[in-house]
Design a protein around this ligand. Structure first.
Ligand SMILES: Nc1ncnc2c1ncn2[C@@H]1O[C@H](COP(=O)(O)OP(=O)(O)OP(=O)(O)O)[C@@H](O)[C@H]1O
Ligand SMILES: [Mg+2]
Length: 268
């Protein structure tokens, strides 16, 4: 049996099911096209894909912040968009841009959820918040406001805020972008530790190959709103599909840069 890092309560991992999901915004094209996947309880499931391929949109469906046009998403067998699911399953999303409350100090940003959900008295909350800030090496920022933080600090505070929510399911949107290599490695280790020691199920949207291939149990490649492949890191490394190899190992060719090709196309 594993225990929650903060409360010591028994941690129960939850799974995710995405079943034939389509998402279309206001009569436009489908941003997600027939996406199906299962995230096993306690797994680190990585979603990679080019910019604009629909990764953040998919993560928002799993978080229940938005609903599919058709198809369904289940978290622990329940619809994540329903209030009653939120009461039963502790789910936290680390947004791509942090999404901190600008009018609150870092400390109050972190304390907000535990206060609202009465996860202990003020002293217990202080201990949790301080612990989370320390893990992410931002304890000196406790009294600062989000506008006073660098991009990387905001990112770490956003992850610390997710940790104090004592999540069973943690959804990360680009957790290591804007971070230096050492801090990226720390975040990668934190995600792996939460899985190994505390049974937290993680869905990680990332462009960070190192993170994906070192700690991902399985990796889905999303292109143009469709799942191209779901594979283990070894299977992904061995893939001969040119769409995968070009995406994972783009060749930088300064003799024939891509934009020159575009210029030629534009003038013909
Ligand atoms: N609320 C919305 N209304 C209309 N279109 C949207 C909305 N949200 C996202 N889109 C569109 O959906 C597509 C996918 O966006 P998404 O944010 O999921 O990309 P992404 O894969 O996360 O890209 P990146 O790696 O750059 O973060 C884009 O074309 C985007 O313009
Ligand atoms: Mg995104």
């Amino acid at each position: 049996m594993t225990r929650n890092p903060f409360t010591g309560a028994e941690a129960v991992a939850v799974g995710v099911e995405v079943d034939h999901v389509f998402k279309e915004f206001d009569g436009g094209q489908d941003v997600l096209r027939n996406v199906s996947l299962r995230v096993e309880p306690g797994e680190i499931f990585v979603i990679m894909g080019p910019s604009g391929s629909g990764k953040s949109v998919l993560l928002r469906q799993i978080a229940g912040l938005d609903t599919p046009t058709s198809g369904r998403v289940l978290v622990d067998g329940l619809d994540p968009a329903l209030e009653e699911t939120r009461a039963k399953v502790r789910l936290a999303l680390v947004f791509q841009a942090g999404a901190l409350f600008n009018s609150l100090s870092v400390y109050d940003n972190l304390a907000l959820y535990p206060r609202e959900h009465r996860l202990g008295n003020e002293a217990a909350i202080r201990a949790k918040v301080t612990h989370a800030l320390k893990i992410l090496s931002v304890e000196d920022a406790a009294e600062k406001f989000p506008s006073e933080l660098s991009g990387g600090m905001k990112k770490r505070v956003a992850i610390a805020r997710a940790l104090v929510m004592e999540p069973q399911l943690l959804l990360y949107d680009e957790p290591t972008s804007e971070l230096d290599p050492v801090m990226s490695a720390t975040i990668t280790e934190i995600i792996a530790t939460l899985k190994n020691e505390y049974s937290v199920t993680s869905v990680v949207v990332t462009h960070d190959r190192e993170l994906a291939l070192t700690i991902g149990n399985r990796i889905a490649i999303l292109m143009d709103g469709e799942i191209l492949l779901i594979a283990t890191p070894d299977e992904l490394r061995a893939s001969k599909d040119p769409r995968i190899t070009d995406f994972l190992n783009p060749v930088i060719d300064i003799q024939h840069p891509r934009f020159k090709k575009l210029e030629t196309q534009a003038t013909t």
